[in-house]
Design a protein around this ligand. Structure first.
Ligand code: FMN
Length: 304
């Protein structure tokens, strides 16, 4: 079954780039697919139908890419979900929700589905809902996720409750990591942070500078950026980011959290692309990042 899935997606290398809002657009997705993996366009907390259309337009005709969305964002933007279905992606991801009604729509359109899970209970729900591929997303990972188990422990437990392909995610940084999770039974890897500095990524210059200087111990799990922007993330889903002045100032603030002040500071930092005051998502593998690599270089580095 796992090999059928790879053939269906045209995967020559068992590497899927994680859909990353603000970082993984059409250029990165197309480059990862051209290098033998599967590229995914990410629509994050501020994803829109227009932004998705813009990124899809950067994918060369005939190239196979996937699309990944966040559950609460897709529900608030039915048009974005429609654009995703109409694009007939090679793989459709909706993560961080508990209602899998979207799977039937994808299936009716012949689109394979994937979702990220953080524990066995979520894996069972996704399996029972008919999701084709599961991602065991460990707490080492960058960006949002329920931080419940480390990657390899989670992978083994998810494999025990499904016969579907399971991808491993969280701090996958090199071919040795890929070999390790494949030996544990992963069908492929789902990799975010390792692609953040590639020439094709949408990562801003300020964020690139901060990522290059960081190590894994510089990351922190927090909700302060989401609270400052009034995003509707469930309270038990923080994001892993680079610790910075903003997290130092707001992370341990006792309630009431001053959303207006924090939001004004954050919006100003985003406008001036200041990595000390804005959210820079990264997993604990961030210390392995090197500058000046293409997506194809990173796929080659990850090839077992
Ligand atoms: C910059 C960044 C943005 C992300 N945005 C999204 C997103 O929009 N949707 C999503 O499902 N996951 C998102 N994620 C999480 C990834 O899907 C994945 O869980 C994570 O990147 C895996 O860990 P790694 O970053 O250590 O490789 C994001 C991760 C990063 C680093």
């Amino acid at each position: 079954m796992q090999d059928d899935w790879k053939a269906q997606l045209g995967l020559r290398v068992p590497v899927v780039n994680a859909p990353m809002g603000g970082a993984a657009g059409g250029r990165l997705a197309a480059a990862v697919s051209a290098a033998g993996g599967l590229g995914m366009i990410g629509m994050g907390s501020s994803g829109t139908a227009e932004a998705l259309q813009r990124e899809l337009a950067l994918v060369p005709a005939g190239a196979r890419v996937g699309i990944g969305m966040v559950d609460w964002v897709a529900r608030g933007n039915p048009e974005m979900f429609d654009v995703a279905i109409d694009a007939r992606p090679a793989l459709l991801s909706v993560s961080f929700g508990s209602d899998f009604d979207w799977v039937a729509r994808a299936r009716a359109a012949g689109i394979p589905t994937v979702t990220q899970v953080a524990d066995v209970a979520e894996a069972r729900v996704a399996h029972d809902a008919g999701v084709d591929v599961l991602v065991a997303r460990g707490l080492e990972g960058g960006g949002h996720g329920r931080p419940l188990s480390s990657r390899d422990e989670l992978l083994v437990s998810v494999l025990s409750v499904t016969d579907r392909p399971v991808l491993a995610a969280g701090a996958i940084s090199d071919a040795e990591d890929v070999r390790r999770v494949r030996a544990l039974g992963a069908a492929a890897v789902w990799v975010g942070t390792a692609f953040l500095l590639t020439t094709e990524a949408l990562t801003t210059p300020g964020a690139r500078q901060a990522l290059l200087a960081a190590t894994g111990s510089d990351t922190v799990l927090t909700r302060v950026f989401d609270r400052a922007l009034g995003y509707s993330w469930p309270p038990d889903i923080p994001e892993r980011v680079l610790a910075n002045r903003f997290t130092a100032r707001w992370h341990d603030q006792p309630p009431p959290f001053d959303e207006e002040l924090a939001g004004a500071e954050l919006r100003a930092a985003i406008t001036r692309d200041d990595p000390a005051e804005q959210s820079v998502n990264a997993g604990v593998g961030v210390g392995h990042l090197r500058d000046g690599l293409s997506a194809a270089d990173v796929v080659a580095m990850l090839t077992p």
